[in-house]
Structure formats: C-alpha cells, structure tokens
Design a protein around this ligand. Structure first.
Ligand code: HEC
Length: 203
C-alpha cells in the first residue's frame, strides 16, 4: 500500500504547486481574476486534501474494496462538508463521470472542453482557469490528472480488482470513468465564487 500512499502524496503536493498558466476569460479584470484565483485555489486545495487523506486512510485500512465503498458513500458528503466549511460551493466533475450527480452543467462543460482542446493542441494541460458564469458568479477550475493509484478504480478493466469492479458495476451501471492511463486528464474541481465575495475584498 506504500506505493499508493506515496503516489497520492506526490499528486497532492503537485496540486499545491500548480500555477496559473491558462488563457483567461477575456471579460475579467486582472484584479478580479487574481481574487477569484486566490479563493478558489485555497478552497479546492482544502477539498483535495480531505479527499486524498480519507481515501489514503481507507486504502490503508481495508484495501481497494473498502476504499471504493468509502468513496461511493462519502465523496459527495465530504465535498458538501468542505463546501460548508469554506463557504464556497464546490464540485468534482468530468465528461467521463462515474456518478451522474457529478455530470457537468453548461459552464463546466465549457471548462472541460477548454482543457481537452488545450491539451490536444499543445500536449500540455493548462493550470487553473477562471470563468465568469452568469451575472452573479465566477468559477475557478482546478484540473485533475490520473496518477498510478487512481488506476485501482479508474484504470482499464484488467487493472481493476474483480471485487472492486463488482461494486462499481452494482452502484454505477452507467460508469464512464474507467479506461484511464497515468497522466490522462480526468476532470476538474469547480469552485463557485459569488461576485460579492470578490467585490467585498476591495480593489
Ligand atoms: C478506491 C477507489 C477509487 C480511487 C483509488 C479513486 N477513485 Fe475517483 N471515484 C471513485 C468513486 C467510487 C467515485 C464516485 C463517487 C461518487 O459517487 O460521487 C469517484 C469519482 C471521481 C471523480 C468525480 C467525477 C465522477 O466521475 O463521478 C473524480 C474527478 C475522480 N474520481 C478522480 C479520481 C482521481 C484523480 C483519483 C486518483 C487520485 C481517483 N479518483 C482515485 C473511486 C475511486
């Protein structure tokens, strides 16, 4: 299990040093973008920290079978908890989602497409991206990539333990989130920042 833990830690450390490399939404002033970036960055890091820690503990305690059970019963609940603690609505989403409750809305689809096409064109996944979504909301997106430990549950059929696969088949009959390889773009963490949170920070 050590390799798994190390992999997750590397992944998390990698996340915390991710920089802003993306093309910005043109309507945004640099001040607004920086403020949204700061709020989104720390909130999404808090969420990833909780998910990675809990997933690692579940893996250590009972292996992939107990971890997949844990993920499927607790991922959304943990996300809701961190959302409340941070005061900013958050979600993990992907074009290839496992849980239909994580399916992307229109603005999230735009962000996912932005990452997909940037990756296809340049071979490099851009860093976090800030978007204006509707009149009252900005959105911060943090891209997620697949690392080795993720293959336990998001790899190709041969890489997933049959007992894990059985749980996935039962709980997610329409699962789209398998067949990934290390380095693949998996999806994003989306953080919603209400416009008044940015305005009230003063500029
Ligand atoms: C132990 C099994 C397991 C491992 C390991 C795992 N996942 Fe998942 N993942 C799941 C399950 C189960 C869900 C569905 C959770 C739910 O019902 O909300 C999920 C959902 C997700 C989602 C939300 C979108 C969707 O498809 O519903 C993302 C993003 C995600 N995983 C990324 C990753 C990444 C990146 C890694 C590696 C760091 C990883 N996962 C490792 C089991 C796992």
């Amino acid at each position: 299990m050590d390799r798994f833990v190390r992999g997750l830690l590397v992944l998390f450390l990698g996340l915390s040093t991710a920089t802003c490399g993306g093309a910005e939404d043109e309507d945004l002033s640099p001040e607004v973008e920086a403020a949204v970036f700061e709020l989104g960055s720390s909130a999404s890091q808090a969420l990833m920290g909780v998910l990675v820690t809990q997933l690692t503990t579940a893996m250590q305690e009972g292996g992939a079978v107990s971890a997949v059970d844990f993920c499927s019963t607790s991922a959304l609940e943990l996300t809701a908890g961190v959302t409340q603690e941070q005061g900013l609505d958050m979600k993990r989403t992907s074009m290839k989602y496992r849980n239909p409750a994580n399916a992307p809305d229109e603005d999230e689809t735009e962000a996912l497409r932005y990452y997909e096409s940037a990756l296809a064109e340049t071979g490099v996944l851009p860093g976090p991206w800030v978007q204006k979504a509707g009149r009252d909301e900005y959105r911060f997106y943090r891209p997620l990539t697949i690392a080795q430990p993720c293959l336990n549950c998001h790899g190709s059929p041969g890489e997933i333990d049959p007992a894990v696969q059985a749980i996935l088949d039962e709980r997610y009959p329409e699962d789209l989130a398998t067949g990934y390889a290390p380095g693949d773009f998996r999806g994003v963490v989306r953080v919603s920042v209400p416009v008044d949170r940015v305005d009230s920070q003063g500029d």
